[in-house]
Design a protein around this ligand. Sequence first.
Ligand code: URA
Length: 203
Amino acid sequence: MTSRTSDPPADKPHIDACRRCELWRDATQGVPGEGPRRARVMVVGEQPGDKEDLQGAPFVGPAGHLLDEALRRAGLARESVFMTNAVKHFKFEMRGKRRLHKTPGQREVEACSYWLEREIHDVNPEIIVVLGATAAKAVLGEKRVTLASLMDQAVEHDGRIVIATYHPSFVLRQRDDTSREAAFERIVKSLRQAVRAAARHTG
Ligand code: URA
């Protein structure tokens, strides 16, 4: 059986016990990354959404379904990828009875880097695909970097290849089919780039 990193050994702290920032207060639970212990490709999103917060697993809501489709189109099995987020607790504001996503602040991203760095260290992926600016900043440790400046290139960082692309939520926010399709295709293209990079690493 493949060993997975979502359950830490008893001697390791769990994300639910984290008090490094205040986001734990309103969230249902912390959402750790999920996937094979030695995945070659890691995908990093921003933070859990409403569904992820309730289920305790990353990318199980609408953005996750879109990402699944993009992975499928790129020929990457979800089960082979380690999926995680820059921030492990859901940040939201109430609008009536709905919990609306709020972008995590730099302080929260920095506080959560402890967990992300641990996942990167433990899984040791060769390729990291970052979805959106928050994930790019978190992985590269550069708070001023923009997504636009990273798109369509593979950047080497700490001995790994980092590929930046749109967040699937960006696709969902597009107003018309043409823009939605174009943004989705960019994600597929980046994931294909990750597949090629992984193949090159294999030699
Ligand atoms: N958006 C993210 O960035 N991560 C998730 O896990 C779900 C939605």
